[in-house]
Design a protein around this ligand. Structure first.
Ligand SMILES: [Fe+2]
Length: 159
């Protein structure tokens, strides 16, 4: 049987940050699916650059999903492992954007990244002030800064 992590965090604190991480995992899963659909469906004058941009962003989010799930395991938890379970915990709206015009795709993804940034800011503060978990705080702040950069790139790509 797997031993519980003796890393200086009470179980209640670990459970608290695991909840935050699980919701983040759900939101990232929705954002990954939307970004991949944008990569598939984009058309028009800006096809090549947006197809590439959305492809890179999908790859980055996919990597983050793995990091978040493994952080949950690091803290002694188990991430939700089914598509339906992940969707049930998401705050971001799950919509099929594959037929949307290029300008809508950029705007919709920008809004999602910005919503995620606001959630990450709140979660990072809770991880620090409420749960005193420096590792998760650092992890969430890093993710937030990465999504801030992505949101800028999307704002700068407005069509
Ligand atoms: Fe592709």
């Amino acid at each position: 049987m797997e031993a519980s992590p003796e890393i200086g965090l009470e179980k209640a604190a670990r459970d608290g940050v695991i909840d935050l991480l699980q919701t983040l995992l759900s939101d990232l899963s929705v954002l990954a699916a939307k970004t991949r659909a944008a990569h598939w469906g984009v058309s028009g004058l800006h096809f090549h650059s947006l197809h590439e941009l959305f492809g890179e962003q999908y790859g980055a989010i996919d990597g983050e999903i793995d990091d978040v799930a493994e952080r949950i395991r690091t803290l002694g938890g188990f991430p939700v492992g089914s598509a339906g379970g992940l969707l049930a915990g998401a705050r971001l709206l799950d919509i099929d954007v594959v037929r949307r015009p290029a300008g809508d795709l950029v705007a919709l993804l920008q809004a999602d990244h910005e919503a995620l940034i606001r959630s990450l800011r709140t979660s990072a503060r809770a991880a620090d002030e409420k749960f005193d978990d420096a590792g998760t705080t650092d992890f969430l702040v890093g993710l937030m800064a990465s999504h801030e950069k992505t949101a800028w790139m999307l704002r700068a790509s407005a069509v």
